[in-house]
Design a protein around this ligand. Structure first.
Ligand SMILES: N[C@@H](CCC(=O)N[C@@H](CS)C(=O)NCC(=O)O)C(=O)O
Length: 345
């Protein structure tokens, strides 16, 4: 069919307008404008969980969640050091994000339907595949969670832990008594002082707590059961899709960089790589900058300043750290893990 020329002209104009709209979407992010005006990213973290987010002896925040925020600051500002960390309890984290007091929540937060749908928030993507577990004093001689009938369980409010606790004990027809404590340091003190028999949380949090806070780590065991899937994800508000995409692709860049063999040590030399995807990742072949309203080197800054996912994992959680975690589910898909990022294309 031949279109009348007027209709063709109108369609062409519409097409051009849509294309322009499509290219301006990536640039119009009120959150990024605020971050740039302020000169720093405000990142909600925990009040202290080794390997995830915890200040070191010099007061510098360390951990996987802290490093994700550094990566996001490198993406948006070109400088991983420009992050203000805001410690938050479990119960505070969502209201503080919703109120706009932080730009991103990067705080061992489990991605669930009950949070993703109703809270007007967006989960960026799984940064750590975890599962919830029980820790008990070794002296109790308990080998499996099925033996926990009648136990006293320490649990923090505002977590998925509370519901999982109720569900697990109900499903297994076991009685329990919960001791609900809002502050994590107080909860840990109560558990290590023997006020509760059981501490329920993400297995990574339990390993962190045992390594950093137990008077004698060998006196405590993490039982083998994982009672849920606990995919941990950074979270942003749902009112700024452009920022959400930058947050999501910052995570994808970290994973893709590991997969492509680009590390903080190799990133400069890799600019001369013959691999087309490496060239796109590092902005040698332009596209990744324009796609997200950032400069073409944003991903290269992220990798140079913070490293790829494998480097971040090794530094904070790997065998040379007190947590000594295996990659397990957090290995790349091609190594038998679950980490799989869409391509840079
Ligand atoms: N991943 C779970 C648990 C997260 C959580 O808040 N865990 C507690 C430990 S049980 C924590 O990290 N608290 C740190 C704090 O309150 O500063 C969730 O998203 O609900």
């Amino acid at each position: 069919m031949r279109l009348p020329s007027l209709r063709r002209a109108a369609l062409a104009l519409l097409g051009a307008t849509l294309l322009q709209a499509a290219t301006t979407v990536a640039e119009a992010s009120p959150t990024i404008e605020r971050i740039r005006a302020r000169g720093e990213l405000v990142c909600g973290v925990s009040q202290g969980s080794a390997g995830l987010s915890l200040p070191d002896g010099q007061g510098v925040w360390r951990g996987l969640d802290a490093d994700y925020c550094r990566a996001l600051a490198a993406a948006v500002l070109g400088d991983a050091a420009k992050v203000r960390f805001q410690p938050l309890s479990s119960a505070q984290r969502f209201p503080v994000l919703q109120a706009g007091e932080i730009d991103v929540l990067s705080r061992n937060t489990t991605w669930t339907s009950g949070r993703d749908g109703p809270l007007s928030l967006l989960f960026v993507g799984t940064i750590f595949y975890d599962g919830q577990a029980f820790m008990v004093p070794a002296r109790l001689g308990v080998k499996t969670a099925r033996e926990l009938g009648g136990a006293t369980v320490c649990v923090q409010p505002g977590t998925v832990n509370e519901q999982n606790l109720a569900d697990y004990f109900a499903a297994n027809k076991l009685a329990y008594r919960s001791v609900v404590i809002e502050s994590l340091p107080e909860l840990e003190a109560a558990f290590y002082a023997g006020r509760c028999d059981v501490y329920l949380s993400d297995a990574s949090t339990l390993a962190a707590s045992r390594a950093a806070r137990a008077p004698r780590p060998a006196d405590f065991v993490i039982l083998p059961e994982r009672i849920n899937k606990s995919p941990l994800s950074p979270v942003v508000r749902a009112d700024d899709v452009a920022f959400f995409q930058v947050a999501r692709w910052t995570l994808n860049v970290l994973v893709n960089a590991e997969e492509l063999g680009v590390s903080s040590a190799s990133v400069q030399a890799d600019r001369a790589s013959a691999n087309p995807e490496v060239k796109r990742l590092l902005g040698v072949t332009p596209g990744i900058g324009k796609a997200f309203g950032l400069n073409e080197e944003w991903a290269a800054h992220v990798i140079a300043q913070v490293g790829n996912y494998g480097e971040i994992f090794a530094r904070n959680l790997g065998p040379t750290t007190p947590l000594a975690l295996e990659r397990g589910q957090n290995a790349l898909w091609r190594d038998g893990g679950l980490l799989y990022a869409p391509p840079i294309q």
